[in-house]
Design a protein around this ligand. Structure first.
Ligand SMILES: *Cc1c(COP(=O)(O)O)cnc(C)c1O
Length: 462
């Protein structure tokens, strides 16, 4: 199994090297050269199996022998052992033929744990085999950083630094980053906003001497291994709802397009997904692209579903690559136009392909709050604001097949928005009840490259 770049000008790599590289050398994203197929009988056989077994069967063909079967099964088991629901990704019915797939039973209460926990195990295993160590540096506006710290805590081949904007993440998010006490994970509170954090990470990657000295790596949402881990719950949900005999639809609260692209991979492997619906908040560049045929930046507006507040959607490049028939040079030109002119027109052929592949919708702030309120009144189910965006859009795209909305975060992660809509204050799950009492450990750092490099350099001696 080989991986190629969406811009067509980077080395072709195997699974492990594509995972460790993150971004391709030509600025593109890695995608599989071809998509492995799953026969209807193999899909039917997934129904009722433990999540870990489904994960093994779905992901194994993408590894191309990078790991032995026994080792891969062990890493999957370790990745999901910390989830506090035996089904890992349980389905909940919210109406006739309408379901939620709850993806928030991992350690940081959001779906990013599914990918991040597995990537932690895969990185650790690869480094241990190579006798090497890695430094992970990431910028976060909240969810990704806590998922990364949870995934890498205590893994001795990895040193993990997360930069977050001081005073600008929620208290739950901050405490999730600052309370793990393992010495290899570090929460760095930067005096600046999220863009400043992201710019510092970029600057560190561009300092090649520093980058090579500390073996710098990123685990942001474009990492292929993260997308792969997210393919699994499409299979587990659909098989449990009657696939392959019965098709299933999915609606996905979308920001950087990683989660929904995993749905496209599942469908391309043979899973009968009849509708794949992009749900956006008012940061709706993806919805506008499908409606108007132009992909134009329009700034970022803060919302009550902050993990979907994006200006551009990084993994959309993978969908464009497929819609342009894997023409890397064409995708490279579009990305150039996006950064120079702030947008580009999608070609007629590619637009038709995208419209055949994805449906879309948006929910503004009032609609999101109204959906949380109605769902609570009608079913007692408490939705996080991201999931509510999905449920609102899913209702506009119902058909004969069951519709599954991915529930991407636990409502207790966004208690103010939920309480404002319902009057109900969602409590943290039991095992996290003492989050507010645990001691915090963080380091305030100026918005300054040299200062940040010194903090990292002190810890990483090579
Ligand atoms: C990251 C995130 C999303 C968006 O997922 P993408 O893969 O970036 O599209 C939606 N909801 C929550 C809660 C998230 O953390």
């Amino acid at each position: 199994m080989k991986y190629v770049s969406t811009r067509g000008a980077a080395p072709v790599l195997g699974f492990e090297d594509a995972m460790l590289a993150g971004l391709a050398r030509d600025g593109g994203l890695y995608v599989p050269e071809e998509i492995p197929q799953m026969a209807p009988g193999d899909i039917a056989a997934l129904a009722g199996l433990p999540y870990e077994e489904i994960a093994f069967r779905v992901m194994r063909p993408f590894l191309g022998g990078a790991l032995s079967d026994d080792r891969f099964a062990e890493l999957i088991a370790a990745a999901y052992a910390g989830f506090d629901h035996d089904a890992r990704a349980p389905l909940v019915q919210i109406g006739p033929n309408q379901f939620l797939c709850e993806l928030f039973h991992g350690p940081t209460l959001a779906f990013k744990d599914f990918a991040m926990q597995l990537i932690g195990q895969l990185f650790q295993d690869a480094m241990a085999r190579r006798g090497d160590r890695l430094t992970i540096v990431g910028a976060t506006s909240g969810d990704t950083g806590s998922a990364a710290i949870e995934a890498f805590r205590g893994l001795d081949a990895v040193e993990c630094f997360i930069l977050y904007p001081h005073g600008r993440v929620s208290e739950v998010q901050r405490r999730q980053m600052t309370t793990p006490d393992e010495p290899n994970v570090h929460a760095l509170a930067v005096d600046g906003d999220f863009d400043a954090c992201q710019a510092q990470v970029k600057a560190m990657f561009n300092d090649h001497v520093f980058r090579d000295r500390v073996h710098l790596t990123a685990v942001n949402s474009i990492n292929w291994a993260r997308v792969l881990a997210q393919v699994v719950y499409y299979f587990s949900s659909a098989a449990n709802l009657g696939a392959p005999h019965r098709p299933v639809g999915f609606t996905v609260p979308t920001g950087n397009f990683g989660d929904i692209f995993a749905g496209w991979i599942a469908r391309s492997m043979g899973l009968p997904i009849d509708r794949l619906v992009i749900a956006t908040n008012r940061n709706d560049i993806l919805h506008r692209t499908l409606v108007t045929g132009r992909h134009d930046k329009a700034g970022v507006h803060p919302t009550i579903s902050p993990s979907m507040d994006i200006e551009v959607s990084s993994n959309f490049e993978r969908a464009l690559y497929m819609a342009y028939d894997r023409d890397g040079a064409a995708v490279g030109r579009l990305m150039e136009e996006l950064s120079c002119d702030g947008g580009f027109p999608v070609s007629q052929g590619a637009l038709e392909t995208l419209r055949e592949t994805y449906l879309s919708g948006r929910a503004d702030e009032d609609e999101t709050r109204a959906t949380i309120r109605e769902m609570h009144a009608r079913t007692g189910e408490v939705l996080c604001p991201h999931t509510a965006v999905g449920v609102k859009v899913a209702a506009e795209h119902r058909g004969a097949a069951p519709m599954v909305t991915l529930a991407t975060a636990h409502p207790a992660k966004f208690p103010e928005a939920v309480a404002a809509a319902t009057g109900y204050h969602p409590p943290l799950p039991n095992r996290m009840r003492d989050l507010y009492d645990r001691p915090e450990r963080l380091r305030r750092v100026p918005n300054d490259l040299t200062a940040l490099q010194n903090v990292i350099g002190e810890r990483v001696t090579t």
